[in-house]
Design a protein around this ligand. Structure first.
Ligand code: PEP
Ligand code: MN
Length: 336
């Protein structure tokens, strides 16, 4: 933390800041500049709250220098984290494509889509069994039946499966069936769920909260890692903005920033960002071009009859095209 004083801060005001820092057990290091003085805070183990200083007389700004997140930070671990799920490696240098319906609706639906996802070259199958729906009257998922269908998909097609967990009560059940446990946007700051995910032996995909800053998102990942689980993949899925041409706004600028700040793999979900099918392929290409390690895309063989998110689900043929583009972009980037 660096406390920047006003140009005309008095020596007394500077002294008060120095004493406040000392009273917290930290070391204050005044740094005289051309026209103002700044005071560095040393010996603090964790982050110091800038609000402590912001209201003090003579203080212009308080700037955090050390990051609040530790375990997920590159400062702590410089090498990229790779996550192994069955025969799939997720992370830098690898392309992971997750495809499947928003929700598991029946065995026939799941099997039909899984076959196409596999044929197209998708590596992991997705499908919600517990759905966090905005309306209590919407389809809530097939629950345990859905998990059993996912297990059948894994067995039949040899693909790992990912599915969302929405609460602690059903965590054991979901973890028993899923190869990757997904924490959705609505639960990104469900700290109790994050702590439980930290005790899981399964990798966790943590989706970005729909209005979360990068810092809040990484702090949520820090909860999982601090509770003991190092296998976390981040997934950008769009944030809420004022636009109406898409469901959310895909924040691709976050991808290179994560690569700088964190060693964790980052995937992009263009489906929930777009909300409409025709934006999904262009956004997917862009996501890979900015360095995402993979994609998670909704696919449905009969999207007009889907029980959730049909409008944004790709037809299987479109998913096949997407996989072709994705491999080309991945190979092109690897050559450079
Ligand atoms: C999902 O992936 O099925 C989902 C509900 O996504 P999100 O949490 O990003 O809305
Ligand atoms: Mn969905």
């Amino acid at each position: 933390m660096l406390v920047v004083m006003d140009k005309n801060a008095t020596p007394d005001q500077v002294d008060r800041v120095v004493r406040t820092i000392a009273s917290k057990g930290f070391v204050a290091r005044p740094i005289p500049g051309g026209d103002r003085i700044s005071i560095g805070i040393l010996n603090n183990e964790g982050p110091v709250d800038p609000a402590l200083f912001m209201g003090m007389p003579g203080v212009k700004d308080a700037i955090a220098v050390t990051r609040p997140y530790k375990l997920v930070s590159r400062e702590t671990k410089a090498e990229d984290t790779l996550i192994q799920v069955g025969n799939v490696t997720i992370g830098k240098g690898h392309l992971t494509i997750i495809g499947g319906p928003c929700a598991i609706e029946s065995e026939t639906q799941a099997m039909t889509i899984a076959e196409r996802v596999k044929q197209a070259g998708g590596n992991i199958f997705r499908g919600g069994a517990f759905k966090p729906r905005t309306s209590p009257y919407s389809f809530q998922g097939m629950e345990l039946e859905g998990l059993k269908i996912l297990a059948k998909v894994r067995e039949t097609f040899g693909m790992p499966v990912i599915t969302e967990v929405i609460d602690r009560e059903t965590f054991d059940q979901v973890e028993a069936y899923a190869d990757i446990v997904q924490i959705g946007t609505r639960n990104m700051q469900n700290f109790s769920l994050l702590k439980r995910a930290g005790q899981s032996h399964r990798p966790v995909m943590l989706k970005r909260g729909m209005s979360a800053t990068l810092e809040e998102w990484l702090m949520a990942a820090e909860y999982i890692m601090a509770a003991g689980n190092p296998n976390i993949l981040l997934c950008e899925r769009g944030v809420r903005t004022f636009v109406r041409h898409s469901r959310n706004t895909l924040d691709l600028s976050v991808v290179p920033v994560i690569a700088k700040e964190s060693h964790l793999p980052v995937l992009v979900d263009p489906s929930h960002a777009a909300g409409v099918r025709d934006q999904v392929i262009p956004l997917s290409r862009a996501a890979l071009a900015v360095g995402a390690h993979g994609l998670m895309v909704e696919v449905h063989h009969e999207p007009e009859n889907a029980l959730s998110d049909g409008a944004q689900s790709l037809y299987p043929d479109q998913f096949t095209d997407l996989c072709v583009y994705a491999r080309k972009i991945h190979d092109l980037l690897r050559e450079h």
